[in-house]
Write a protein that binds this ligand. Sequence first.
Ligand code: BTN
Length: 326
Amino acid sequence: MTTRAEILRMLSDGAFHSGTDLGKRLGITRAAVCKNVRRLTQSGLDVHRVTGRGYKLDAPLTLLNRSRILKHLGDAAADFRDRLHVLDETESTNRHLAELIAHARTMNGMACLAEAQSGGRGRRGRAWVATPYHNLMFSMAWQFPGGPGLVSGLSLAAGLAVLQALEEYGVDAAGLKWPNDVLWDGRKLAGLLADVQGESAGPTQVILGVGVNAYIGREDAERIDQPWVDLRNILGETADRNRLAALLIRHLRRMFQVFTEKGFVPFREEWVSRHLYHGRRVRLIQGDREFLGTVEGIDENGGLIVRLANGKQVFHSGEISVRLEK
Ligand code: BTN
């Protein structure tokens, strides 16, 4: 564990701890404690310092813990003992996993979680803002025998799996926004980014990245340019990210297995029933083109079927953004 993570582990109870006490327990000077706390705040954490009392986290947290995740995985733990990687900080868990699988014998189910990302990526070239040590930044890899075309629909099926994991965790009344956002009360709770690679004849390698807002700190909140919500707002308590990570692993692995055999079709009906924009008027923005229409469904490849003034059109995910027309 890094010094930074050790300090956080001590502060994770949300109580005050003096610099002297932290330093003594870690065998470092008060100045070194101060330097490490500064690095934590620079990375987006809200740590208060009160003269005479010490340091205190704005919100308590539970650190990621590989053994706890494996414990939550129960019977499935054996399959992940060599496949699960928990990191303190990395540029992006998707990128880290891409490097890991380049040297691995088998990639299916290889998974990676990080406490902090220095270059987290979102869809459509955006950055992914996630408060370190408080959010869930997760990636899982899978290889499919066919060409990349066969995996269209995968990112939708993955969104459904993430929604189901969140529901099993205890989140009610969340839903999907095409292609794969998880929304709660119209605000984004989780987002997915699928990096797909492969020759047209196959095989195709997918690295699926998932970001769940467990708690967004005050400074980060101002950097997010869309309506968002976090688990703390919804459930009123600090999230147990280890339990949530295990649920994501279980649901996503199941989804990958079914998708490998049957593609998107077995997911389609439930996906449509969980689509918050089904039957709604939407505006689709694709570069400098805009379309207005009503969402009619999802096709067998995961394309969005929209009735426009001049007939039906199917939109495929990628560089397209969908907004509700009020
Ligand atoms: C989106 O824009 O909705 C997709 C967000 C995906 C974020 C996750 S966090 C873990 C993984 N690593 C990244 O760099 N991005 C994804």
